[in-house]
Structure formats: C-alpha cells, structure tokens
Design a protein around this ligand. Structure first.
Ligand code: SF4
Length: 400
C-alpha cells in the first residue's frame, strides 16, 4: 500500500482519480469534467474493471510520480496561466475530507471504490434553451438546421444519448456504504427515470449517509410517480443548483419550454426542506447581461445568499458571448451594472467589475450583425412569442 498523504503540495497530484469518477453522457468513466476525452476502461462490464483500468492506473502513476499526464491538459494550461485549476480547487476544498480515504496499492489500483460519483445522465432534457448545445439538450435537435448554420454542422449531436450500461453497472456493483457523494447533471436529471432507478437501488438504510448534488432546471418537484421532496428527505443532504439565467420574461425567453413562475414557486417550496440547500447556476450571455441587476434583485427577494450564485461566462457559441454587443449598448449596460447597489460577487470580484471589464476589453461587434442577430431572428420566427430580444432590451432600459 502506498501513502499519498505527503502529496498535498505536489505540483501534479490530484485527488480526483483516486476517489471520484465522472460518468459521461454516453456511459464512459472519465477522470473529471475537465478530462472528458480520456476514457477509462471503456466497455468494461464491472465497476472495478473501469475504475482500476489501465487508463486509470497510468494517470495515477503519473500524478503520484510528478508527471503532468496529457489527459489533464486543461489543469496544466490553467495553472500555467495563473488560473486556479480544478485540481487545485479540489485539493484546497476536499483534502482533509477525502485524502485519508484513499487506499492506493503498489500497482496503482485503489482498493476504495469512488466515494464521489458525478454522473451526466445524457442529453435528455425538457427545455431547449437558446444558448444550449445539442450535446446537453436533445430537444435542441429540432432546430439543428438553424444552429448548424451558425455553429457548424460537424460537432452537433443528432441522437438521444443515454448512459444505460453504466447505470446498470452502478446499480449492481456499487457498495453504497463507501459512497459519500452522488452528483447528477444533465440533460435534466429530474425528468430522467434512470436517475430515479439508481436512487431507489440504494438500500434505504444507507441513504442517510449520502449527500446528493444536482444541476437541474427545477421545472418539477413531482415527476410522474416520483416525489422529489420525499426522496430527498431520506438522504443526508441535498444541494440543488438551479440553472436559471434571468428573472421573469428574461428567463422565459432564454429557457424555451420553461416557466419562470413554476421554477420560482419550486424554489420557494424547497426553502422549507431542512436538508436541502439551494444554489443557482447563472450563464451570462447576450440575452441576459443587461438584466443582471433585476436577476440579483430576484435572488435577494427569494432569500438566497449571493455567494450561492455560481456564474459562468458563456464562450460557446461565440456569437452569444457578451463581447459581440454593439458599443452603444455596452456603454448603457456597463453604466447600469456599475450603479447596482447589491453586493454581488462574480468570479471572486466585487460587483459586476469583471463583466464590465470583459465587455469593454473585447470587441466582436462584427459577429453581432453577422451571426447573433440573424440567429436570434431565425429562432424567433420559428418559435413566435410575445417576448423578443429587442423587447427585452427596451424593457430593461436599453435604448436601441
Ligand atoms: S488534474 Fe485536473 S483534469 Fe486531471 S483529474 Fe484532476 S482535476 Fe481532472
């Protein structure tokens, strides 16, 4: 048995390949969300044949021995550029909790099962958000002719992708007494029967030992015969990160098929459940950057601490990134953001400073006229609604 406890300050060691695994949409095990091209034990019929596969052993050996394995290139790139990597973040946040659980053998197998499963449940989703890809929502495939025209047809997913094999293996092989954390992301987990089957396969007497985590659109608290609050009460703790990109009409515009009032009601109902914490996942993009103050007013009103809002600046597709906005609009938006009184914290900076700086430093206006507006208009013609991008800008105080 090898000890890893002296490796906390190593430049290469990472906890994740020793205690965590990520199930991809098509049912392969990969190291983490940042290393999805490196598949481990593909096609293996048991959890152990995947978890202790030659790919996993090769990475573990490299990371213990001080070698920057190529599978983890995103972390090495970020660290080289002074950006905190996933590896560093997990070391900082989880070392004390998880390092002592790792049982590493001389051949770089580990005797512990993953104590943290992060599972992407495919691309089955009930919404078709305007910035989303067909990889995350199969529903977007209905507009593939428009999306492909502006984003390219090569990298589109035209199939419904589901991780059936992996979920069957998990149901039969996981020793739930070893699992500390079970995390679901999508597609949309709460409308996915595989997700419920896996939860029900956990013996009742072990459920109270496990923490659940979700990235969800929270469009339902009851789905078919499943009552999520009843189910969640049986677990130790549940962290529900609600994906929402605006309040009111901005939400309804971006999240096609969703209803802001339904989600807000569901959030209010969940606030009364003792073992559930609500967080928010916000994707900042051309369709909402002008409405961020109103969104944070809503977050404040519903009683969620601003520190529980995780924001992400949309980079793909590029034509929905905030750098494309015309300069006269950017100036008005920056002025509005700079006057906001609430104490928001985005990307670890006070107020909306990083958003303002990013918008003013990056100019991609040509793309706005070439792609953003034509894409927006084609989508609006295909799915006519009283809400349009131009209306939203006007009602949020932007003169166009
Ligand atoms: S080093 Fe980075 S990419 Fe590799 S497993 Fe750790 S977090 Fe993932």
């Amino acid at each position: 048995m090898k000890s890893i406890l002296h490796l906390k300050d190593s430049d290469t060691f990472c906890l994740l390949p020793f205690m965590h695994t990520y199930g991809s949409a098509d049912g392969n095990l990969v190291l983490c969300c940042e290393a999805q091209e490196y598949e481990c034990g593909k096609g293996g019929k048991t959890l152990d044949s995947r978890w202790n596969s030659k790919e996993y052993k090769e990475v573990r050996k490299a990371l213990v021995g001080g070698t920057k394995h190529k599978a983890c290139h995103v972390c090495w790139h970020n660290e080289k550029n002074g950006i905190e990597s996933n590896r560093q973040l997990h070391t900082e946040q989880h070392w004390n909790e998880f390092a002592p659980l790792i049982q590493l053998n001389d051949d770089y197998t580990v005797s512990n099962q993953p104590v943290w499963f992060e599972l992407k449940i495919g691309n089955f989703c009930n919404l078709a958000c305007r910035m989303c890809s067909t990889h995350s929502s199969y529903k977007r495939a209905q507009d593939i002719d428009i999306i492909g025209k502006y984003s390219g047809f090569d990298n589109q997913e035209t199939k419904l992708v589901t991780p059936d094999d992996l979920f069957a293996i998990l149901q039969s092989d996981v020793d739930w007494t070893q699992v500390e954390r079970l995390q679901f992301t999508g597609g949309e987990p709460i409308i996915n029967e595989m997700h419920y089957d896996l939860l029900y396969s956990i013996p009742r007497e072990y459920r109270h030992l496990i923490r659940l985590r979700y990235a969800t659109n929270l469009t339902h608290l009851k789905y078919r015969q499943h009552d999520l609050i009843d189910i969640w009460r049986q677990f130790k703790h549940v962290n529900v990160k609600v994906s929402m990109d605006g309040a009111g009409a901005v939400y309804d515009y971006i999240r096609v098929g969703g209803s802001f009032s339904t989600v807000a009601n569901n959030m209010n109902e969940l606030k009364n459940v003792d073992n559930v914490d609500i967080a928010v996942g916000l994707t900042i993009q051309v369709y909402n950057v002008f409405a961020l103050p109103e969104f944070f007013d809503f977050i404040n009103k519903i009683g969620i601490n601003f520190s529980f809002v995780g924001s992400f600046l949309l980079q793909t597709p590029k034509y929905l990134n905030i750098s494309v906005l015309p300069q006269t609009w950017k100036d008005q938006i920056c002025d509005k953001l700079s006057k906001y009184n609430g104490k928001v914290n985005i990307h670890r900076h006070d107020n909306f400073d990083t958003i303002i700086e990013y918008m003013q430093k990056n100019d991609n206006e040509k793309l706005f006229w070439k792609k953003t507006m034509p894409y927006t208009q084609e989508m609006e013609s295909r799915h006519p609604d009283s809400i349009t991008f131009m209306n939203l800008l006007k009602t949020h105080g932007i003169t166009i």
